[in-house]
Design a protein around this ligand. Structure first.
Ligand SMILES: C[S@@+](CC[C@H](N)C(=O)[O-])C[C@H]1O[C@@H](n2cnc3c(N)ncnc32)[C@H](O)[C@@H]1O
Ligand code: SF4
Length: 359
């Protein structure tokens, strides 16, 4: 069984904070890309043909003509066996969402939609150079519901100087959002935001303030029936992202498109180039992981979400590790037989806990 990721690298404009492989392009460039992408899928020649989830991400899949999206999903369906209950997600920017596009996605078989909302504070949206405002974001969610989507997710960004992340979450839930991803604003190298922050350090919140926002959001969502099933991901009963769970369980996934990553579920990872010219030349970077690296990854991915990891699945001798024993005593880690989970109270410092455990 495999999971498929499809990368659509186009956006209507580049946001000041974004370091994803995404850019603005003319129709000719987009059409050429989709021809190549569809050929990549057709010629992929994989043994494993059964697909349990598909994720169209980007970039902004909603910024291209819907017929290209529908065509690409059809190509996948014609070349693989997509399970009838497969989760099929498309990422959309509220600014390029229309009822017509949503209908095309829904009729083609998409059953999950993820909106890049970021904030419902109009001055923060402007600061982030987003093209939508609060009204457009809420309208996009309402349209998706009207068209028939039940499984709707929204991305929020934490650490913004203005706005109120709890109020935003409440408004989104009121219009039908069932899943929220909340990411701390990352100041990435090479972005316009990086230069801004160097000049005016007051444009974003400091770490302590941002963590306060995160904790307030966690409490609010917990009180409204949303489970925090990963550090940054919260879902109403039954609306966890199957696709993401697959990544965290270390399952096999295949990526198509610019910069898309793949993993064989054992020890091989490979990635298409993030340079368009090199992608068209089929330049691929491969990596074979050592047993130690695989086990480290199992622990890291497992502890970042509610799944945890199984002591029998890793070769590290944690039973005799003093840090491990102490963390169990301090209830930082929970152990049920051989399954180990991180106490959700410590999610926001999970990185330092994982480092301590592996040191
Ligand atoms: C590919 S985008 C989502 C779809 C669409 N491109 C959009 O932005 O509306 C994935 C998400 O990554 C998050 N993201 C991107 N850059 C980020 C950064 N520097 N810090 C925090 N979150 C970021 C945003 O929440 C964004 O919605
Ligand atoms: S955040 Fe989304 S819309 Fe903005 S540049 Fe990145 S991928 Fe494009």
């Amino acid at each position: 069984m495999i999971r498929i990721y499809v990368h659509i690298p186009f956006c209507d404009s580049k946001c000041i904070y974004c370091a994803f492989a995404s850019f603005v392009a003319e129709n000719g460039v987009k059409n050429q890309y989709f021809d190549f992408l569809n050929n990549e899928i057709i010629n992929s020649n994989l043994d494993d043909k059964v697909v349990s989830s598909i994720y169209f991400g980007g970039g902004t899949p909603s910024s291209v003509e819907p017929k290209q999206i529908v065509r690409t999903l059809e190509t996948i369906k014609n070349n693989f066996h997509v399970l009838s209950d497969a989760e099929i997600t498309i990422e959309c920017n509220p600014c390029s969402t229309s009822q017509e596009k949503l209908f095309s996605y829904y009729n083609a078989g998409f059953n999950r939609i993820s909106f890049g909302v970021q904030s419902l504070n109009n001055s923060m949206l402007k600061f982030l150079s987003r093209r939508h405002d609060k009204r457009v974001a809420l309208q996009a969610v309402k349209l998706a519901k009207k068209v028939g989507f039940e499984n709707i997710s929204a991305d929020l960004i934490l650490g913004l100087k203005k706005g109120n992340v709890v109020r935003d979450a409440r408004a989104l839930i009121n219009v039908g959002v069932k899943h929220i991803s909340a990411y701390m604003l990352q100041v990435e190298e090479g972005t316009q935001l990086k230069a801004l922050v160097l000049d005016h350090s007051d444009v974003i919140k400091n770490d302590d303030q941002a963590v306060k926002d995160y904790n307030r959001l966690c409490n609010f969502l917990d009180n409204h029936g949303f489970e925090r099933y990963e550090i940054s991901n919260f879902a109403f009963n039954g609306f966890q992202s199957e696709h993401n769970l697959g990544y965290w369980r270390g399952e096999k996934y295949i990526g198509f498109g610019l910069s898309a990553h793949s993993f064989d579920g054992k020890n091989k990872r490979w990635a298409n180039s993030s340079n368009l010219g090199d992608y068209y030349k089929r330049k691929i970077v491969q990596e074979v992981l050592s047993k130690e690296e695989i086990d480290e990854e199992k622990i890291m991915l497992g502890l970042r979400c509610y799944l945890g990891f199984n002591l029998k699945d890793v070769s590290f001798d944690l039973e005799n590790n003093k840090n491990f024993q102490q963390m169990i005593k301090d209830k930082i880690l929970f152990r049920e037989e051989d399954q180990v989970r991180l106490n959700p109270k410590y999610y926001e410092i999970s990185n330092s806990i994982i480092l301590k455990l592996l040191s």
